[in-house]
Design a protein. Sequence first.
Length: 198
Amino acid sequence: MRVLKLIIKKYPWGVMAPLVGGILLIGVSTAHTMYRAFRYTPPSISKGEEATTDTSESRPTLDHYAVIFQRDLFTSAVSGNEKKAETENGAASASTVPFKLKGTVVVSPGISAAIIEDPATRKQELFHENEMVQGFKIVKILRNKVIVDKDGHEEVVEVIEEEEKTAVRPVQRSRQIKRRPMRRPVQVPPSPKKPPQF
């Protein structure tokens, strides 16, 4: 009570009345919300709604996932027609095409590109599907392969892996680290204490 009297003396009623009213309003609304939460009962579900919410019958069986075991996940996705074209035509030897395939970038059917080198000039250029390279039309770009067409005859050109030239590495000589001799700490004589001056 003494604290309340001190607060009333210090602050005028014009400040205290809205403050007390706000505190009472928040307290009442909190009590009302908690009362409604404790008395809440979920609505009952009718038999028709239970049948629509039951998903146990619509779950796929394990046979549905069998395609995961059959498909090779570590090769690029190539359609059946492309595989037939590759097996029928076979890989072209390096002498049948006048260029070298250095690599491919397979993003999607319209965005893929092939890096092709002209052996005479050793210049590399980027080509896309349906472009002409020294009389050959690029039909399809696959991973590390390109299907080209010349006069209705399709060939498969593969990336030829060049043997890595083993560079002669210089022999490293062992290097000795010269360490400086350790210094011994020098003792400093204590300074004479002076009396404090006021």
